[in-house]
Write a protein that binds this ligand. Structure first.
Ligand SMILES: Nc1nc2c(ncn2[C@@H]2O[C@H](COP(=O)(O)OP(=O)(O)O)[C@@H](O)[C@H]2O)c(=O)[nH]1
Ligand SMILES: Nc1ncnc2c1ncn2[C@@H]1O[C@H](COP(=O)(O)OP(=O)(O)O)[C@@H](O)[C@H]1O
Length: 379
């Protein structure tokens, strides 16, 4: 069952002249993408990379660098190539949110990572049926009120929003908790993680390193929530240039004097740090208004009014909070099935009268390298 029949690559089993002694085992399945064959390993072995790549031109096998969290195990999975650059993998699982996975193999994100790491790269992401949310990126100078607005949003709509916890090399403030406000990191560790492709974006801000890890966004997306990223203008630009479809909001102060007043009143920085932040604020305010970068510019004069404007942008009102949100729709994948692709639809064939269909035209992005939402319906 479930061995991706139409997409199985016949020559895989004949091409084992390699140094890895890799065999296509019972539960493996394979998908050809251009000159390469990606073998998805049906294994319970947690140390397995989950994927091997055969270069059909050279006959060589490569174990790729694997980004994202790979599924714990697969056996009897079905695979299908989606759009030249990513593979859909499905398997019956009693936990419906563990049934659908994507493996990105040749998207822009993957090509960038390949260049950076100099190895073959693939990226796993957990599929979400019908529930991918467009992340919210909030930028603005230090002290303008970003954190305050985000806290209000998360407090009023706890089931709807989740915060992307960034990494930073700056020291924690008195009330900041590791893993909640930031992941506080040593510079050498963070630099190593950046080299290893763990970050979606990173930037040097006010003399420290800050970055959004792939995992930080994944955790929120896996919970079916809208991810909020509080990042600087450079970070917003990186995200804008990536494949992540987000809403970009820039928050301005009513005046420079007011910004300085708020920053001082917050009392979290030394005089030297305040001055550095104010110097940087001038450039940030200019960049924030540069055309095409932000979708919305808010002036945070009266806090409540600004918060209302933010909620309007997000299309939310108080009543929406009473609507329960679930991580994903109940998704009942048959035990025995095969997949086929017809135009923009994936057909889940399982010998019953009713035909389950996944609609690829509705596919929404997660973070770069993270395919996410698909609509499913029954014919
Ligand atoms: N590029 C990028 N910027 C970040 C990230 N996390 C925080 N920042 C930005 O770094 C700047 C400084 O943040 P922080 O030290 O918390 O100070 P605050 O903005 O004064 O509260 C702010 O502009 C944040 O938006 C991140 O992951 N990536
Ligand atoms: N509209 C506002 N009017 C007055 N003070 C504000 C307003 N918005 C935020 N503040 C205050 O300004 C300070 C800086 O806000 P904060 O959310 O920490 O900024 P950021 O996260 O952008 O650095 C905080 O003490 C906050 O209470």
């Amino acid at each position: 069952m479930g061995k991706a029949p139409a997409f199985f690559v016949d020559d895989v089993q004949r091409s084992f002249s390699n140094g890895f002694d890799l065999k296509l085992k019972d539960f493996d399945s394979a998908v050809a993408v251009g000159n390469k064959t990606y073998v998805i390993c049906g294994t319970d072995d947690p140390t397995s990379s989950g994927v091997r790549v055969l270069n059909k031109l050279t006959g060589e096998w490569v174990i790729p660098t694997v980004l994202g969290t790979k599924p714990e195990s697969f056996k009897g999975q079905s695979c299908v190539l989606l759009n030249k650059d990513r593979i859909l993998i499905m398997k019956h699982n009693s936990k419906s949110n563990e049934s659908v996975w994507f493996l990105e193999v040749d998207t822009q994100f993957i090509r960038d990572q390949k260049k950076k790491l100099g190895t073959e790269v693939v990226s796993w992401s957990k599929g979400v049926i019908g529930n991918a949310k467009r992340p919210l990126v909030i930028s603005g100078p230090s002290g303008v009120g970003k954190g305050t607005l985000i806290n209000m949003l998360m407090k009023e709509f706890p089931s709807m929003f989740g915060f992307s916890v960034s990494h930073t090399t700056r020291a924690p403030r008195e009330k900041e908790q590791n893993g909640v406000h930031y992941h506080f990191s040593k510079r050498n560790v963070m630099e190593e993680d950046i080299r290893n492709g763990k970050f979606l974006e990173h930037a040097a801000v006010h003399g420290n390193l800050y970055g959004t890890s792939i995992e930080a966004v994944d955790v929120v997306a896996d919970a079916g929530k809208t991810c909020i990223l509080d990042i600087d203008v450079q970070g917003a630009r990186s995200v804008r240039e990536s494949s992540l479809e987000a809403t970009f909001v820039f928050v301005c102060p009513p005046s420079f004097e007011e910004l300085e007043k708020r920053l001082r009143a917050r009392g979290t920085e030394t005089e030297e740090q305040i001055e550095k932040r104010l110097r940087n604020a001038k450039a940030e305010l200019e960049q924030g208004r540069s055309p095409g970068l932000f979708d919305h510019v808010l002036v945070n004069n009266d806090l409540d009014a600004c918060y209302e404007q933010l909620k309007n942008i997000l299309g939310i009102s108080e009543s929406m909070n009473t609507v329960p949100t679930t991580p994903s729709k109940v998704f009942d994948l048959p035990v025995d099935f095969s997949l086929s692709k017809v135009n923009e639809k994936i057909l889940i064939n399982h010998g019953a009268a009713e035909q389950k269909v996944l609609d690829l035209s509705s596919m929404k992005g997660g973070a770069p390298g993270r395919t996410r939402g698909l609509e499913m319906y029954v014919l």
